[in-house]
Design a protein around this ligand. Structure first.
Ligand code: NAD
Ligand code: TYD
Length: 364
């Protein structure tokens, strides 16, 4: 039975990936999830699979060499899928250090421990071992307002935020391991994800949550920054396909040609909420464009991201399956059905975060 070590599996994409993998492979695989449970990690995301015999959870920090090498020593790990990271650009602008710690040093620890466990005495690697480093399109920097400009795997790195700089550094470390040791790895650079279990510091869940409560909807700058949105399950499927069918040592860009301005996203969410809320629901009265509030722009705000997914499509046959209109409905339906999840994650520290981040911007 193949054993996966998933880092950051209690976060947004990691927990969706674990659900996807059990749905696809059932009892054919074993998953060990290692997560430090920061503010972004939530074991509630994994409630329905936590009692499976082929699943286990280890609470540990990826910077903790001893804890990570112990996992490799006690288990014959075949695949590493490395999600664990600090992932929010706004937080990285306020507090960059922890991004370097987790994203750069944590990745170095993961690479070292996997290398030590998988290396043969002659420097080659044991058959079938693979490391997949989950990264972002933000490492490529910012595109101009030109709908024919895209990020390719060959686009030079040009990160701007502390978040993207730390992810770019971690990608470079993985590349260095591949080039120096022929360490068996892949890198995937994906566009913005949305879907169930996303923490409401990111645009889509924040807007859904605020709109449902009649709170202001903060739009940074002119609202015309473009992001390329992908439904999270399509990302999970792409990661699995890269490990199954991709060529080792290659980078694959993942994205679905779904570029939208932030203001368009907000308008679609407002319309979809109106459509989905039942007649007579009191929230229908206040969910409208009057909630939109333009606030101070993010520092160094990248203008436009757009992925060219040609390589993953032609080499591996991956294509996104979820149209945005359908994905946003599924996401909103999930939030309707999981009001307690939202209440739990927005109680306590979240209030303080929200005040710190948005008070000065004028959208409290
Ligand atoms: P997230 O913030 O929702 O989850 C991150 C997880 O990592 C959490 O469970 C957290 O507890 C854990 N973690 C953080 N620091 C840790 C540490 N030091 N040790 C162990 N665990 C730690 O992030 P996400 O949105 O699910 O993103 C997952 C990965 O995908 C990240 O590497 C991110 O850069 C990448 N990515 C995200 C997006 C996106 O749109 N969210 C797009 C492309 C790539
Ligand atoms: P975000 O979800 O933080 O993802 P990223 O910065 O990694 O792309 O933000 C998506 C876009 O939405 C980005 O252009 C910033 C913008 N944004 C707002 O306008 N208001 C908000 O409250 C947030 C969180 C983001």
């Amino acid at each position: 039975m193949r054993t996966y070590l998933v880092t950051g599996g209690a976060g947004f994409i990691g927990s969706n990936y674990i659900h996807y993998m059990f749905k696809k492979y059932g009892d054919e695989i074993r998953i060990i999830n290692v997560d430090a449970l920061t503010y972004a990690g939530n074991l509630e995301n994994l409630k329905d699979i936590e009692n499976r015999a082929n699943y286990s959870f280890v609470k540990a920090n990826i910077c903790d060499k001893e804890a990570i090498s112990k996992i490799f020593a006690e288990n014959d790990i075949d695949r590493v899928v490395h999600f664990a990271a600090e992932s929010h650009v706004d937080r990285s602008i306020k507090n960059p250090e922890v991004f370097v710690q987790t994203n750069v040093l944590g990745t170095a620890v993961m690479l070292n421990c996997a290398k030590a466990a998988w290396e043969n005495p002659d420097g080659s690697f044991k058959e079938g071992k693979k490391f997949l480093h989950v990264s972002t399109d933000e490492v490529y920097g910012s595109l101009p307002d030109d709908e024919n400009a895209f990020f390719y795997e060959t686009t030079p790195y040009d990160p701007h935020s502390p978040y993207s700089a730390s992810k770019a550094s971690s990608d470079m470390l993985v590349k260095a391991y591949m080039d120096t040791y022929r360490f068996p790895a892949n890198i995937t650079n994906c566009s913005n994800n949305y879907g169930p279990y996303q923490f409401p510091e990111k645009l889509i869940p924040l807007i859904i949550n605020n709109a449902l409560q009649g709170k202001k909807l903060p739009v940074y700058g002119d609202g015309k920054n473009v992001r390329d949105w992908l439904y999270v399950e399509d990302h999970a499927k792409a990661i699995d396909m890269v490990q199954e069918k991709g060529r080792l040592f290659e980078t694959y860009n993942i994205g679905g040609h779904n570029e939208k301005q932030n203001i368009e996203i907000i308008n679609i969410i407002l319309e979809t909420l109106q459509e989905m809320l039942p007649e007579g629901d009191p929230r229908k009265a206040y969910i409208n464009k009057d909630l939109i509030t333009y606030v101070e722009d993010r520092k160094g705000h990248d203008r436009r991201y757009a992925i060219a997914p040609d390589k993953i499509k032609s080499e591996i046959g991956w294509e996104p399956e979820t149209y945005f209109k359908e994905g946003i409905k599924k996401t909103i339906a999930w939030f309707f059905e999981h009001e307690d999840w939202m209440k739990n994650v927005t109680s306590g520290d979240y209030q303080k975060y929200y005040e710190d981040m948005y008070d000065t911007k004028g959208a409290k």
